[in-house]
Design a binder for this molecule. Structure first.
Ligand code: UFG
Length: 335
């Protein structure tokens, strides 16, 4: 089967390409390197011994999409290509909506032209806004997103629902990711954000290697076990495996619209993550407690039942594996 992976060199895209190639899929990749590096292609080849057929370009460009679909008989698309920085999205809403929403409309348009029906879309637990209850089921209310990034994911979900309503032969899977962290065990690919990291794990890694001085823990007065924010951290390789399960589901069902949360179902606090990082990697993390970050929620973790029952998806890796592999990648790669 030939799978088009947009954003194939990104953090989750790259790890998913590895899983796809290891599972015998042919991968056609598209990336414009807006937040990724070209050498990921070589690294994927080193890890898998296989090559991606790569196209450089932007999903907003219909010509490049047409070339891809006309030159390759694409069976399914996995769409990762998007901007993902929450803070930046508040400052650049237009750029975020164009890049994250218009690009999907463009893709859907060309998929229709070439009669390609199967699509897996990267969504996020952020579509749940402030969850009323945890663990979060897929049936929980969505909306009340607090930033354009989250709203762009919500908009695309709605667009996909409308597209399916109009054409019931479409075969769409929406995956709502919780907090992906960690890296491939080879240490060749991992998370390498531009500038000062906004997310917890890459920030901790930079404090561990001395590139940043001190981690700010955003609030210790939440209604959680130790007062710090609780999240469902999921190993990026498990998340990548989730896409294989989703593809298998689409292959079996042939048509439908499916929504799954991908996470471990376990909530860990910021202090849990710091303590685990220190113990596993045998290094001290300098941190201080500061005010809450605006827009943050207290707790967010998934109910794993639906993904387990319908996809057969369960996580293989625990928090120790996540922090070990994240630090391993950081030490080996990040300058
Ligand atoms: N945190 C800190 N200090 C930091 C960074 C984060 O204390 O320097 C805390 C946050 O307050 C939060 C936790 O660490 O309690 C996790 O924060 P992240 O920024 O790593 O992740 P978020 O849960 O805020 O958001 C992430 C992604 C979003 C995605 C969401 C889905 O950044 O894109 O998970 O749940 F939508």
């Amino acid at each position: 089967m030939k799978i088009l992976v947009t954003g194939c060199c990104g953090y989750i895209g790259g790890h998913t390409c590895v899983e796809l190639l290891n599972n015998g899929y042919e991968v056609i990749g598209l990336d414009n390197f807006s937040n990724s590096k070209k050498d990921v292609l070589d690294k994927i080849k080193i890890i898998t011994g296989k090559e991606i057929k790569f196209y450089e370009g932007n999903m907003l460009n219909s010509d490049i999409l047409r070339s891809i679909f006309s030159e390759n008989k694409i069976d399914a698309v996995i769409d990762f290509a998007a901007y993902k920085a929450v803070g930046e999205s508040v400052k650049k809403p237009v750029e975020y909506y164009i890049n994250n929403v218009s690009s999907v409309l463009n893709l859907l348009n060309i998929m229709k032209e070439y009669n390609v029906k199967s699509l897996i879309f990267s969504s996020s637990a952020t579509v749940y806004g402030t969850p009323e209850v945890v663990p979060i089921k897929e049936t929980a209310k969505t909306g009340n997103t607090t930033n354009p990034y989250g709203t762009s994911k919500l908009f695309v979900e709605q667009i996909l629902k409308d597209v399916y309503k109009a054409d019931n032969t479409m075969n769409i899977c929406i995956l709502r990711y919780f907090n992906p962290i960690g890296a491939h065990e080879s240490g060749l690919i991992g998370e390498d954000p531009n500038g000062i990291p906004a997310n917890l794990m890459p920030y901790i890694c930079k404090v561990a290697t001395g590139k940043l001085e001190c981690l700010s823990v955003f609030g210790n007065d939440y209604d959680t076990k130790d007062g710090t924010g609780v999240r469902d951290y999921v190993h990026v390789v498990d998340l990548a495996r989730g896409h294989i399960k989703a593809l298998e589901k689409l292959n079996k069902e042939k048509e439908g619209l499916f929504i799954y949360n991908l996470g471990t179902g376990i909530g860990y606090s910021v202090l849990d993550l710091i303590n685990t990082f220190e113990r596993v990697n045998n290094i001290k993390i300098n941190y201080k407690i500061v005010d809450r970050r605006p827009g943050d929620i207290a707790e967010c973790y998934t109910d794993t039942t639906k993904a387990k029952e319908e996809l057969g998806f369960t996580c293989k890796y625990n928090l120790d594996d996540m922090v070990r592999s994240a630090y391993n990648y950081e030490k080996k790669n990040v300058k």
